[in-house]
Write a protein that binds this ligand. Sequence first.
Ligand code: PGA
Length: 243
Amino acid sequence: MLNIIKVSNDQQFNEVGAGIIAGLLQSNPRAILGLATGSTPVGVYSHLIELYKQGLVSFAKAQSFNLDEYIGLAADHPESYRRFMNEKLFNHVDIDLMNTHVPDGTAADPEKAAQEYTRMLEDAGQVDLQLLGIGHNGHIGFNEPADELQANTHVVELKKDTRAANARFFNSIDEVPTHAMTMGIASILKSRQILLMARGASKADILARALTGPLTTQCPATLLQTHPNVVVLVDEAAGGRLS
Ligand code: PGA
C-alpha cells in the first residue's frame, strides 16, 4: 500500500517526517530504525531533536541501522555518514551510540564487513521503519541502476552522476569516494514500513517513475512498489507528477 503525504512547505515536511518517527518510538520504544543520510532528512532529524528536548520522544531503547557509507572515509571524516549521523542526530538525543550501526567504510576487508552488517541486521530482527531518500537516477541507499541488483549489504561502485551530485559536499568531485557499502534491496524491502522522502522539482520525474513506472533494476526505487507499506512524504514540487 502506498500512502502519499503531500505537504506545502519545509516546516510541515520536517514535522510530518519527525512525527512519523516519534510516533513509532512512542508506541514502541525498542523500535529498530533504518536511517538515511543526504540533504532530505536533515530537517526531519532537527525536528526530532526538538521533540526530544521537549520530552516527547526518547531513543534510549531504540536501535538504528544506516543504509550506507562511503568506502575509504573514516568515521571522523567530515563527509562520512557516521559523522553525519552523529552530528545531525545521535549526539543530540539519548540514543546509545552502541546501538547505532553504520557500515564501516574503513574495514580492511569491505566484502567481509558487508556480510557482517547483513548478519547484524538479521540478528537484530525486522527494521520497523526504514527512511529513504531517492537519487535522481532512482537509487535507494546506494543501490545504483544496474542490470542486476544485490539483495544484502554489499560494496558498490558509485555512478558518475551520483558522485557528481554528492560533489557539492566535497572540495571537488575527485574527492568523492568511488565506492560505497550499502544495504541491499532485500534488506530495505524487509522492513515493516518504509518512509520515502523527496523534496524539490528535480525529484518529480524520478519519483513518478519510481512509484508508477514499470519495475526495473535500472530504477531501483521502482521495487518499492512491491512493498506492502510505503509512506511517501513529498513537497508540492517533488510530488508534482503524482496524482
Ligand atoms: P538527497 O539524496 O537527500 O541529498 O537528495 C538522496 C539520495 O541520493 O538518496
